[in-house]
Design a protein around this ligand. Structure first.
Ligand code: 8YV
Length: 319
């Protein structure tokens, strides 16, 4: 059996594929594979491990309908036409659960970095601007006792809420399509309408999937309903905020700051004005990038591939 991997996965995954006598072909270029190249590469393969934002759309699926399984190197599956895959009987696997803690760590890191303008301060050192002790540089704000608003309280949002409640005794409110009673009981989070979430959050952290309902949900008009000292954090998908509107909201001081691990588009252009703003911290989509999490993701991917190649139910299947 043969699998094509459109990027890199943790060594443990490669080892386990080999132990299962699966022949690996890997995309090794330092750029994302194009749609045409991906179709071409999958022609003589039995399965695909899709790393990064490859579009697994109708065109790809129909050109590669011979694939027995596609395993995503992600929990998110907004890049996949799930209905078309179902129609063609190609099971799609993802990696839920194992990356929740690491991704929430990234949200927490961004929140803290923004609140103390840490990335901007670091850039000042790099630019040689640290000339003397300055008691009032660009001042940060404190998080203790503030209100954390979670947009999309699932596994990752819950981890973020727990960290913020434990570290800063933050009061947690959230907005979801439906109430998460378990989370409410576990951390005392309070369900609020989207409008209340905007109006009450000191930190608003996005943890929802990118869907037609959440695409560009955060526009200038939406940012305008937030507190002027609020911090916006997005570690979910860049498509959930309108980036031009976010830049304007920050420039016009409609909100106080923003921390992004996901941008729109990705990769971000190095001239993007967000990169030189003092209240902004940007990371290049490293949410789940830890040794431990990548290894756990790779193991799930192998489980999905092995099951799919045998024609068995995937242990982690996108429904
Ligand atoms: C992945 C992610 O690493 O799981 C997701 O949805 O965004 C990340 O954890 C990324 O999609 C690359 O495959």
């Amino acid at each position: 059996m043969k699998v094509f991997i459109s990027g890199n996965i943790a060594p443990v995954g490669l080892k386990q594929l080999e132990e299962n006598n699966i022949t690996i072909t890997q995309w090794k270029e330092n750029r994302q594979i194009t749609a045409e190249e991906l179709i071409e590469a999958c022609q003589d393969q039995d399965a695909l491990i899709s790393v990064g934002p490859n579009k697994i759309n109708a065109a790809f699926l129909n050109a590669c309908s011979h694939l027995k399984v596609i395993a995503l190197h992600s929990v998110g599956f907004d890049q996949v036409d799930v209905a078309e895959a179902k129609k063609l009987n190609i099971p799609i696997g993802n990696t839920p659960g194992v990356l929740s803690a690491a991704t929430a760590d990234t949200a927490f890191l961004l929140m803290l970095a923004v609140s103390r303008k840490a990335f901007f301060a670091y850039q000042k050192i790099i630019r040689g601007e640290w000339k003397k002790y300055e008691p009032s540089p660009e001042l940060g704000i404190e998080l203790n006792g503030k209100t954390l608003g979670i947009f999309g309280l699932g596994k990752i949002g819950l981890e973020m809420a727990k960290k913020c409640a434990a570290a800063y005794q933050m009061d947690v409110i959230y907005h979801n399509r439906s109430q998460n009673i378990e989370a409410e009981q576990e951390i005392g989070a309070r369900y609020v309408s989207f409008e209340e979430l905007l109006a009450q959050s000191d930190v608003l952290s996005v943890h929802t999937a990118l869907t037609p309902e959440t695409r560009e949900k955060f526009t200038f008009e939406v940012f305008s309903q937030m507190k002027s000292n609020a911090i916006f954090i997005n570690t979910a998908r860049g498509g959930i905020h309108n980036e031009t509107d976010l830049i304007r909201a920050l420039q016009e001081k409609v909100i106080w700051g923003a921390g992004l691990d996901v941008t729109n588009p990705e990769p971000m252009d190095k001239e993007n004005p967000l990169l030189s703003m003092e209240n902004v911290a940007v990371l290049p989509h490293i949410g789940s990038a830890t040794e431990e999490t990548r290894a756990a993701m790779a193991k799930i991917i192998v489980q999905n591939i092995v099951a799919g190649l045998k024609g068995e139910q995937l242990p982690f299947e996108v429904k």
